[in-house]
Design a protein around this ligand. Structure first.
Ligand SMILES: Cc1cc2nc3c(=O)[nH]c(=O)nc-3n(C[C@H](O)[C@H](O)[C@H](O)COP(=O)(O)O)c2cc1C
Length: 511
């Protein structure tokens, strides 16, 4: 199922009883975040919210804000046009099953080829709804001269005669110590200058003024790798950012696809309809024709980096200021009826937990091709994505848990995993209490732990250096001969099934 715009997506959520409309004005400075946080932390992720009258500096914006639209299992599956995430994962697994690949890289190449065959290849179109209103920003006359002030569109008769600048969009300031307003669901399009390969990544953008923002692509992300090539050659880097359109687009921008695999292919395959792309007004990059907003610009590789942050982050703490590239705006184009999509991150559980978990579920079949012993894998909300990974395996030989740990630490963004706990196949990794029970019962820390080091998430404030850190793996599986446990392994306590059934029949089921 493909959605043609954020409005279309909101209508589907409304029909499914998954939307709450907020009709009173809500300030985009902190108030909206507090409202969203309460919703995200309510049972099963609460509802998606449509704030119909968000206010910017006390004035009502013409663009409503949609938030928490991915924030439950049901909405996450709906956003991908699937009845359930398991269904989407099974059909992704089936794509590579026909010819099992020998490596993860090969699996991804195969996936790319399979996506193309399934009509997921993006199509080029001349124009689209994202160009209904176009505002180009003339470059400043010289580097030192200030930009001319933008006209006040609020006093203008229509958006067409005076479309908005960045300062007019209902962009949130999420937490009290945030360094400013941040675009929190931007899909950032860049191109590898050597190969021409496109990347779409979700990297937050801090609004510095009406024509510049920060560009928070972290060290190990593909946008940053593209950026480094422009810095090496001293050339200006075109960048296009889009918001909204089909929600499968935003999800694909967050998915940990390998460098070189086009996120628009994944989005096209998920929505079962290829993504129509239009060329930008002020550079040659392409963006989805159905997007709600497109923000075009560039990064000047000769310009010094600028401090970005603080920002209340996924970790539940503020990410402190760090130097990042500056994005310069050259145009904003948008739908006339655009809805501004946003999220907030912070102390878990938050909306992004479902986005991360959906990636894990979706790509698990591909991961299993490389590690056939893996039964299931979970990133519990408390671990904020990669801090904590639980993995269950069907163990058949000694030290297999360690083989899996080393393998996973070497796979794409799994490199950020700080604590990894491996359990036996009968353990439900989505039940944190059960995993902790097995961890405590089945490990001798000295024998079953491994301390190692590697690249770390740049957001991890606990590491001594940015992006470099330690890792702890714990083997909580039943020990086999050869693993240093020289005593009999006791059976786990379980009641006989027949007795359980009989007691349940007589006294009712309590579990
Ligand atoms: C809501 C949200 C915000 C994110 N913000 C950032 C960010 O500011 N910087 C970043 O490097 N990654 C951020 N991520 C994670 C990336 O989107 C994710 O790692 C993605 O796979 C990166 O794509 P890439 O591998 O093409 O670079 C965010 C993810 C979500 C769900």
């Amino acid at each position: 199922m493909a959605y043609s715009s954020t409005r279309d997506w909101i209508t589907a959520l409304d029909r499914a009883g998954e939307l709450t409309r907020i009709r009173e004005p809500v300030a985009t400075e902190l108030e909206l975040a507090e409202l969203a946080d309460r919703e995200m932390k309510s049972p099963d992720g609460g509802k998606a919210l449509l704030i119909e009258k968000p206010t910017v500096n006390g004035r009502v914006s013409p663009f409503p804000v949609a938030i928490n639209t991915f924030g439950s299992w049901k909405r996450m599956a709906m956003s991908l046009g699937a009845a359930s995430l398991e269904e989407a994962a099974a059909s992704l697994g089936a794509l590579v099953k026909a010819k099992p690949p020998q490596s993860f890289r090969e699996a991804c190449r195969l996936l790319g080829a399979a996506f193309e065959l399934r009509h997921a290849k993006p199509a080029r179109v001349k124009t689209g709804p994202c160009k209904e209103v176009v505002r180009r920003f003339d470059p400043p006359p010289s580097r030192t001269e200030a930009w001319p002030p933008a006209p006040d569109w609020r006093s203008a008769a229509s958006l067409d005669s005076c479309p908005p600048t960045l300062l007019d969009l209902p962009i949130l300031r999420c937490w009290p110590l945030d360094g400013g307003r941040f675009l929190t669901l931007p899909c950032v399009v860049t191109q590898d200058p050597d190969t021409g390969a496109r990347n779409v990544g979700m990297y937050r953008m801090q609004v510095y003024d009406e024509r510049t923002t920060g560009m928070h692509w972290q060290l190990q992300k593909v946008g940053a790798r593209h950026g480094r090539r422009y810095y090496e050659t001293g050339t200006r880097m075109p960048v296009a950012v889009f918001l909204g359109g089909d929600p499968a687009l935003a999800f694909s921008a967050t998915a940990p696809l390998p460098d070189g695999l086009d996120e628009f292919l994944l989005a096209g395959w998920l929505r079962k309809k290829s993504v129509d792309l239009v060329k930008c007004e002020t550079n040659d990059l392409e963006v989805p024709a159905d997007a709600d907003f497109v923000i075009e610009g560039y990064v000047d590789s000769k310009e010094p980096l600028r401090e970005e942050g603080p920002f209340g982050d996924h970790t539940g703490y503020y990410a402190l200021p760090e130097p990042y590239p500056v994005f310069h705006l050259t145009a904003i184009t948008h739908r006339r009826d655009a809805v501004y999509p946003a999220t907030i991150v912070g102390r878990p559980p938050m909306e992004d937990f479902y986005m991360g978990a959906a990636s894990v579920k979706l790509f698990l079949p591909v991961l299993k091709m490389n590690f056939p012993e893996i039964v299931d894998l979970a990133l519990p909300a408390e671990g904020v994505f990669h801090n904590l990974v639980f993995v269950s395996i069907k163990k058949t030989y000694p030290m297999q848990a360690f083989k899996v740990m080393h393998g996973l630490w070497g796979m794409g963004q799994m490199m950020f995993t700080k604590y990894m706990v491996v359990v036996d196949e009968d353990v439900n990794v989505h039940d944190t209490s059960e995993v902790l029970f097995r961890l405590c019962a089945n490990t001798d820390p000295q024998r079953d732990g491994i301390l190692t080091k590697g690249p770390a998430d740049v957001l991890d404030h606990a590491t001594s250096e940015v992006a470099v850190g330690g890792k702890l793996g714990l083997d909580a599986t039943r020990k086999l001969p050869g693993e240093g446990h020289r005593r009999p392994w006791p059976p786990i306590i379980r009641m006989e099934e027949a007795v359980r059934r009989k007691v349940a029949e007589r006294f009712g089921s309590r579990s």
